[in-house]
Design a protein around this ligand. Structure first.
Ligand code: ADP
Ligand code: MG
Length: 214
């Protein structure tokens, strides 16, 4: 396809990107939350939004199926970022990737004693690397959502998930014990496209940069 595609996900990323898109002159011509279309033209001719699953955004951009994308650092860390240029922290969708356990669980003690921890998460690579770095042995349990259930039902000792207010943890009698990384959404660009289509892409990158720092 000709033109430029910007991959992003519905939900939090789209919500928080809306004002940036507007300031960059890239407002969608249809409300993506209501439309069933997955490719949505924007106010700028030749530039369209491509609606994907959050965790798929880096894949679309790395393969050049979309030129640009907006993805959380959590998703980028998990993907690895190969083939992606990450020129801009958009400063939106801010939260923290944390280790959390049941209230009363002696996490520090378990780590100190070198116990094997069962950790449930959707961030397998990031979690494995984090604990390997600390020299903690973990059995990873791959989940796709509702991570908070795992410690409650005895499926895991700990979870690795995103935390913003901490209300969900508290409501489920969990407590955050360690931060893995601060998270915010990033603009990502296909590395090869940036070289071959710089004249088209650079103005969009600059537009986002101006939208972020008004
Ligand atoms: P999904 O549930 O499919 O992962 P979400 O819309 O919940 O989709 O999350 C998409 C992205 O939004 C995440 O990858 C993360 O970067 C960001 N995000 C998720 N949860 C929060 C949160 N509680 N606060 C801020 N940003 C978040
Ligand atoms: Mg979610």
């Amino acid at each position: 396809m000709t033109g430029i595609g910007i991959a992003l996900s519905k939900g939090r990323i789209l919500e928080e990107t809306g004002p940036l898109l507007a300031r960059a002159g890239l407002s969608p011509r249809e409300d993506p939350e209501r439309s069933r279309k997955l490719i949505i033209p924007t106010a700028r001719r030749g530039v369209r939004l491509v609606i994907v699953r959050a965790s798929d955004t880096p894949t679309y951009v790395a393969h050049g199926a979309a030129d640009l994308g907006i993805a959380g650092k959590d998703v980028l860390a998990e993907h690895g970022g190969e083939g992606l240029y990450q020129p801009l922290d958009l400063g939106i969708a801010r939260c923290r990737m944390m280790v959390a356990v049941r209230q009363g669980f002696d996490y520090a003690g378990a780590v100190r004693q070198g116990a094997r921890l069962r950790v449930a998460t959707k961030y397998l690579h990031t979690t494995r690397a984090f604990f390997a770095d600390k020299g903690v042995h973990v059995d990873l349990i791959r989940l796709y959502g509702s991570m908070e259930l795992a410690p409650i039902l005895g499926l895991a000792d700990a979870i690795v998930d995103l935390v913003s207010t901490g209300k969900t943890l508290k409501a489920n009698k969990l407590v955050a014990v360690e931060e893995i990384m601060p998270v915010s959404a990033r603009l990502i660009v296909n590395e090869a496209a940036l070289k071959t289509r710089r004249a088209l892409l650079q103005p969009l990158i600059d537009g986002f940069a101006r939208a972020v720092a008004p």
